[in-house]
Design a protein around this ligand. Structure first.
Ligand SMILES: NC(=O)c1ccc[n+]([C@@H]2O[C@H](COP(=O)([O-])OP(=O)(O)OC[C@H]3O[C@@H](n4cnc5c(N)ncnc54)[C@H](OP(=O)(O)O)[C@@H]3O)[C@@H](O)[C@H]2O)c1
Length: 300
């Protein structure tokens, strides 16, 4: 039996699909046990409540691999990065108490304890906690993930479909190296059978500047697009207006800072094979046809 934290979310769903296809039994610990999901009764949902550590450990009793994808994208209301760090630390301790064989943990490229960005700092803290826990582990560090339900690439496509121009914060030359979500899930499941502790970047075969990424999405959709390079504060203001219009948070300052600081690429060889251009060509009719809302997914 395996546990996938985030089985009803984006990446976790793909890991869960693979595990079920291999005949594995899967449970999840979740803050939203009643959220509709594609697995029906196949995935047992138990509460993810870090205030009850013994209950967490009981829930993980008999689990072979714990796949953790739980994290939050930004502080919002009572949901915070520091809370997500505490919840994940409680999860790690519970896994140890329950005798979990291996933890496959999802981090991010270039995490750092000194980072001014709480996303990257929190991820670095959790890597350190996991390395010191005493449970065998694999840490995977993805960049941007793309696939049917991703937010960033889908929502760029959504805006490209709606407007003849696209506001780019700054010069747009900052790089990113997206990985296909199904390649990521395969890697996670493969690495679960490894014996060695390891930390590995999970990145796709291509590096794009943000400008190239937006242009690629536009050309895949057959759209002509004018890239408007704006001072970051103005572009972020525009993204706030779009967020207000879509009742969502589209891009935060910290996310822009992470992007523009070149945090979303790797110096290691690619671990994913699927090319974004090929995927976009195959999915052009769907990508961006509906806006994907972070707040809708996690707060309503
Ligand atoms: N998506 C990307 O492009 C990307 C890029 C780099 C790294 N990552 C990392 O990959 C992992 C998975 O990302 P993802 O996009 O697949 O995540 P996700 O589906 O948005 O979230 C994974 C799980 O975390 C919990 N969660 C997320 N936001 C929450 C909130 N605001 N409040 C409470 N719980 C929340 C949810 O669990 P429940 O609803 O079951 O409680 C959700 O199923 C994360 O660790 C992320 O840092 C993602």
């Amino acid at each position: 039996m395996d546990a996938v934290i985030g089985a009803f979310g984006y990446t976790g769903k793909y890991i869960t699909r693979l595990l079920l296809a291999q005949g594995r039994q899967v449970i999840t610990l979740t803050g939203h046990p009643h959220r509709p999901n594609e697995f029906g009764g196949q995935v047992k949902a138990l509460p993810f409540d870090s205030d009850h550590p013994d209950q967490l450990a009981n829930s993980l009793e008999g689990v072979d691999t714990l796949y953790n994808t739980y994290w939050v994208r930004f502080d919002h209301g009572t949901t915070t990065f520091s809370g997500a760090v505490r919840n994940t630390q409680a999860l790690f301790r519970a896994a140890k108490q329950a005798g979990v064989r291996r933890i496959v943990h999802t981090s991010i490229t270039n995490p750092s304890l000194d980072s001014p960005l709480p996303y990257f700092r929190g991820k670095a803290q959790l890597e350190k906690d996991l390395q010191e826990l005493g449970v065998p582990y694999a840490i995977l560090r993805p960049t941007v993930l793309f696939g049917q339900e991703d937010i960033l690439i889908n929502n760029i496509a959504y805006l490209v479909r709606k407007f003849p121009f696209f506001a780019i914060p700054g010069d747009g030359e900052y790089p990113m190296q997206p990985i296909f979500v199904e390649d990521y899930a395969r890697l996670a499941v493969q690495i679960s059978s490894g014996k060695e502790d390891c930390t590995l970047d999970a990145v796709g075969p291509d590096i794009f500047s943000f400008n190239q990424l937006v242009e690629l999405i536009a050309s895949s959709l057959g759209r002509r697009l004018w890239l408007a390079h704006l001072p970051p504060s103005i572009a972020l203001q525009l993204s706030r207006i779009i967020g207000w219009w879509m009742k969502d948070v589209t891009l935060t300052w910290d996310e822009y800072r992470g992007l523009s600081a070149g945090m979303l690429i790797s110096s290691q060889p690619p671990t994913g094979r699927t090319r974004l251009a090929d995927w976009l060509a195959a999915n052009a009719s769907q990508v961006g046809s509906r806006y994907a809302s972070e707040l809708e997914r996690h707060y309503r």
